[in-house]
Design a binder for this molecule. Structure first.
Ligand SMILES: [Zn+2]
Length: 107
């Protein structure tokens, strides 16, 4: 029984995280403070319920300052040739690795 309830709660939490992030994105231009608040709430849910964010959701906001990441606006994206991956740098100084490009298989 407990397992079923946990699953239900986690799926409900995942859904509300989704809506919080999309709202935060929507409000970013008009009300940046509100947007940051939404992202903060989403991150609080992640920590409390130990749900996993999808790899796309992970690149949506900063987990340190809770700012929504919009490329070339609130986050700078650079490509690290040495390690073959992207680096997202937030204005607060937080750096996050993002999706690497798979190397073509050497035959
Ligand atoms: Zn940040």
């Amino acid at each position: 029984m407990r397992n079923v309830n946990e699953k239900l709660i986690k799926s409900a939490v995942a859904e509300s995280i989704n809506t919080l992030i999309s709202r935060a994105e929507k409000e970013y231009k008009k009300r940046p403070n509100l947007s940051r608040r939404y992202a903060k709430m989403a991150w609080a849910l992640v920590k409390k319920h130990k749900v996993r964010l999808t790899s796309l959701q992970k690149t949506k906001f900063c987990k340190r300052c809770h700012e929504i990441w919009i490329p070339s606006e609130s986050v700078s994206v650079s490509f690290d040739h040495k390690n073959n991956l992207f680096r997202l740098k937030c204005r607060c100084g937080y750096v996050r690795r993002a999706g690497s490009i798979k190397k073509p298989r050497a035959n």
